[in-house]
Design a protein around this ligand. Structure first.
Ligand code: 6R9
Length: 647
């Protein structure tokens, strides 16, 4: 880990919204006087009925509860749209860059976006969608995805976005879990010139979802897709008939806004639920301070709306702040590895926010692809989704930002709603690879495995000791699981699932997940999910999945598979299993290595010793630790002798 310090550039310190002194003053106030701090900070939102209560939170079992601004009312779509119309209705809200650079782009003003959202909201109302009802969105990165989110928010429906790369099975599971009756999709998505059969996937998923009676289908590529009579509605025809006015629902601060499914250490993905008021304050505040955002600046977060980063930093945060937000349909390296930086030049992007995995992939292609472009508009660069290794950090800083742009390495989670540990560009001296210091109101603590706090410099499990407004409120349909997952490992504090080091300057360095979650290209995958997909194959008896180091993806997926006794391992079967997992979950779950193993290392009580499997996958076989407690220690020798070479 590098400890070189990059001071705040002088021009930044002078002009930034928050400089170093202000950061410390605000941080201290946020933890010493949270009521006062958040009462003021929440004024950034247009409340319909102002709140009087601010923070009502406890992480203790006896009086567990999380509520913020609980007697206030607001509408989040109105905060993203209506409030801007008078002053900047003609400003561009969304700059849409298509997958294929030859396709025309789209520039949508706040006034147009407002009208589009109202029309779609009216369509949803006509389809009988009510306040509190769940609507599933399975859409590509096109402006209509943002329109759909905001239309739900406008009428008080809860959106659940399913990443358009997920399989029909994964989609069906999520539709069923939150009991959606209405699904919004498109004919096809486009990524890197390839088509994604979204409508066909929905049709396949709905075979398992008898509760869905309405599918709104947007023609995007124009592919010929079958429409089911009485169920499927053509999106454009429907909105064309609607009025461009739709009064926003008055929502309570603690009314649900969205559900987003995320992987945990147990099999089934959890429906992370965010509510309206606290999330609004958190997303808008963090977007403004982390990117030093001023109205009129062009801002681009390259995340997909299928992930939380897309929710908070493509749509809600920027639009609440009146930003021009770039929305990109495609991929970083198509048609060529200059694409990201061409887009930066095309729109004169000032803030760019991306994932380390994309940077590593582009870094490998060489600097010429970057140097062809100007990038002089850039002021600040963001990183999110996984630890950024110092090499990628240096490349981002030197080659992309030409040593002019601070890098904000933002640590946060689906559960946290927005950034939690992050530099502020005008306030924080940077260390490559460190997420640096806590955001206002965030109180991190490191604890050892017994929960004993670690003071000063040290390494341990990262927990957060008090609530912040953007915190998730529950797991959809399973409040007990919410409490169990996050508040029982270390009673009284929120457990993040991440390991972390704190240095002598009080800087935080996230070391990665310490639970059974792996981070593949910045996407969270539960090992248990991949294991259950593998054992669902008729030839597989047992499977154990662990992470392995991967140069581009950060972590790769290493699967140990025990076949049924009559089945012989083969190259064909290996390929078949890879394909199977892609079908069951989606391409992001593609195993990088499958090792056939006649047996897995188990304790005498039958528990798989993952520690050993991890070491083998990491090729750290010198020190496997104590294997004497294994039921059959010879299993390990077999695993070591038959370790396949990763591609
Ligand atoms: C926003 C998002 C959350 C997990 C998190 C951690 C990892 C995210 C990071 C980071 C190191 C960063 N993570 N940002 N690790 N440095 N800047 O990614 O949410 O998909 O829920 O993933 O990602 O392990 O626990 P989510």
């Amino acid at each position: 880990m590098s400890d070189t310090i990059y001071p705040v550039p002088a021009n930044w310190a002078k002009t930034a919204l928050i400089d170093e002194a202000r950061y410390h003053a605000m941080y201290h106030r946020s933890v010493d006087d949270p009521e006062g701090f958040w009462r003021e900070e929440a004024q950034r939102i247009d409340w319909i009925r102002p709140f009087s209560r601010v923070k009502e939170t406890s992480f203790d079992e006896k009086d567990f509860g999380i509520a913020w601004f609980s007697d206030g009312t607001l509408n989040l779509a109105a905060n993203c749209l209506d409030r801007h119309l008078a002053e900047r209705g003609g400003d561009i809200a969304i700059l849409w860059e298509p997958d294929d650079p030859a396709t025309p782009d789209r520039r949508i003003t706040y006034r147009e976006l407002h009208a589009d959202v109202c029309r779609l909201a009216n369509v949803l109302k006509d389809a009988g969608v009510r306040r509190g009802e769940r609507v599933t969105l399975y859409l590509p990165m096109i402006p209509e995805a943002a329109v759909a989110m905001l239309a739900c928010a406008r009428i008080g429906a809860i959106h659940s976005i399913v990443f358009a790369g997920f399989s029909p099975d994964a989609l069906a599971g999520r539709i069923t879990d939150c009991d959606s009756r209405v699904v919004l999709t498109a004919d096809e998505g486009l990524r890197g010139g390839r088509k994604v059969p979204l409508k066909a996937n929905v049709d396949a998923a709905l075979k398992e979802c008898p509760g869905v009676d309405t599918v709104l289908m947007l023609r995007h590529t124009g592919a010929d897709v079958p429409m089911v009579e009485g169920r499927d509605i053509d999106w454009r025809t429907a909105v064309a008939e609607q009025s461009a006015e739709c009064a926003p629902e008055e929502m309570n601060a603690e009314d649900p806004l969205f559900i987003l499914y995320t992987s945990g250490s147990t099999g089934k993905p959890k429906g992370v639920l965010h509510t309206t008021g606290g999330y609004a304050v958190w997303a808008s505040m963090t977007h403004q301070y982390v990117f030093d955002y001023r109205p009129g600046q062009i801002y681009w977060c390259a995340a997909d709306i299928g992930w939380v980063t897309g929710h908070s930093y493509v749509v809600y945060g920027p639009l609440m702040n009146g930003a021009t937000t770039v929305m990109f349909e495609g991929v970083p390296n198509w048609p060529d590895p200059s694409r990201f930086w061409q887009i930066v030049d095309k729109y004169a992007v000032e803030a760019f926010y991306g994932a380390p995995t994309a940077l590593r992939a582009l870094m490998r292609e060489g600097d010429d692809w970057v140097k062809k472009t100007s990038r002089k508009s850039l002021r600040v660069l963001g990183s999110v989704g996984e630890p950024i290794n110092p090499e990628a950090w240096q490349w981002y800083y030197k080659v992309i930002g030409e040593e002019r742009c601070p890098i904000v390495d933002t640590w946060w989670q689906t559960e946290t709603g927005g950034t939690m540990i992050t530099p502020l560009p005008g306030a924080t001296p940077l260390k490559p690879g460190s997420a640096t210091r806590p955001m206002f109101g965030v109180q991190p603590r490191l604890v050892d495995n017994d929960g004993t706090p670690i003071e000063g410099a040290g390494e341990g499990c990262l927990v957060i000791t008090d609530s912040w407004p953007g915190q998730m409120r529950t797991v959809w349909g399973d409040h007990e699981r919410f409490f169990q997952t996050y508040f029982t490992t270390f009673p009284g504090v929120y457990f993040t699932g991440d390991g972390c080091r704190r240095d002598t300057d009080g800087y935080y360095w996230i070391t990665g997940r310490i639970d059974d979650v792996i981070n593949v290209s910045g996407h969270r995958m539960g090992t248990a999910e991949i294991e259950s997909a593998l054992v669902a194959h008729q030839k597989v008896a047992e499977a154990a999945v662990v992470g392995m180091p991967h140069a581009i993806k950060g972590q790769g997926i290493y699967a140990y598979v025990t076949l049924n006794s009559e089945v012989e391992p083969s190259e064909d079967l290996r390929r078949e299993l890879v394909k199977w997992v892609r079908q069951e979950i989606g391409p992001i779950a593609t195993p990088d290595v499958i090792q056939f193993a006649p047996g897995l290392p188990k304790t005498r009580s039958g528990k798989i010793m993952r520690r050993i499997l991890r070491k083998i996958a990491e090729n750290d076989v010198g020190n496997l630790g104590d294997t004497s407690t294994l039921a059959d220690p010879s299993v390990v020798d077999h695993l070591l002798e038959n370790r396949p070479q990763p591609e």
